[in-house]
Design a protein around this ligand. Sequence first.
Ligand code: SAH
Ligand code: SF4
Ligand code: F3S
Length: 444
Amino acid sequence: MKKYYIKTFGCQMNVYDSHRIAVILENLGFKPATSLPDADLVIFNTCHIREKAAEKVFSDLGRLNLIKEERAASGKDTIIGLVGCVVQAEDQQIAKRSPFVDFALGPLTYHRIPEILAQISRKKGITLIDTEFPAESKFDYLPENKSEGGCSFLAIQEGCNNFCTYCVVPYTRGIETSRPVEEIIKEAKLLVEGGSVELNLLGQNVNSYHGEDADGKERNLAYLLRRLNEIDGLKRIRYTTSYPADVNDELIACHRDLPKLMPYLHLPIQSGSDSILKAMNRRHTSGQYLEIIDKLREANPSLGFSSDFIVGFPGETDSDFEATLDVVKKVKYIQAFSFKYSRRAGTPAALMPNQVEEKVKKERLEILQNLLFSYQLKFNKESIGKIMPVLFEIKGRHKGQLIGRTPYMQNLHAELGKEYLNKIVNMRVTEATTNSLTGIKEGE
Ligand code: SAH
Ligand code: SF4
Ligand code: F3S
């Protein structure tokens, strides 16, 4: 029996894609391997967003080749596949840098894995690469999705037309496409029947969703959320990642009206400075962003926000950076992701003058993160004593411990038996740190 191992880098969309690849492989008769050296087929699902992410793929590949050689010495073949955004961006480099890779497919062509595996058995020693943006949708060719447990991702939209000047995504994932409404509803029902009580709708620019309904009419994310809210057995809905300029009143109303929609929204601003936002080609100012946050809070006062930030974008001055800190102080994010600007070949910002020194980027990142962490810790501390419904998703490090998520995406650790896995349990929060909560089952 052949075994597979998938290593996933990057964002939630890659996690979703890896899961769908696992379903393809299991349909072909593969079983999951418990460790890398145990696998006959290893797939790296890669990320190109920052230089570090992309370089890590190549260094990990070097290590993987040693395993391939060791296995070969004991007579075992290993097929190495590369999928994801690095493949799309660096298809010319792969065979040169890592000639031991057997196949490479972009994020839009991984549905071709079965035919590629059949070809490999005939063409040993050649890297088969397919990174054409295909005319067909991979979703029409993938086997039916399977539930991953209590919480499942569901891709509804892919690609991006925003072309932020620092970002590779429009080049790696292509132009924006939306899956049809009924296809999504069907997949959602399948996942819920398979045991998922929470669905996290994914898209690089998820709130510009514009899929067709059964009558060929274009529908938006608000419509889709209302349809999903009606699915019996589904308890929680989330969506990520939204683009601020595409948040409309109908979507805001969903946060007021839909009980299943969780009170947590990831809404990246990137920078608080209007001149930097303009240089980033973002279609919003910081003022417009704050207005959207106000409207959302008015619709649902219990909403908590998170964001992505980039420090050290070309030309960023001390006062631009101060403007970012001001936004953080106003919004008081309950979670956030922040990065030093990374120069990506092929993007307009890579060629901009006034690139910021590494030392300055490092200092700004530290200041920003300290501020962000202070609000995150404050929010977590305020959770102490509260009772929260927690969806337990994984086992903890020691026996008898489970880890779950609160409605606000906080990790909560608890001493609970595995019968509570994939269930929503009311928990009283007893302790809090910046990164996690501890709780006990309500009534115990
Ligand atoms: N719209 C997508 C963006 C995916 S990239 C989404 O929001 O999911 C995730 C984050 O990576 C971006 O929001 C941005 O903060 C960061 N990022 C993208 N390109 C970057 C670069 N060149 N350097 C540093 N951070 C970057
Ligand atoms: Fe990248 Fe901007 Fe599109 Fe997000 S919105 S994927 S940051 S180009
Ligand atoms: Fe990375 Fe591609 Fe996601 S570049 S962040 S894996 S869309």
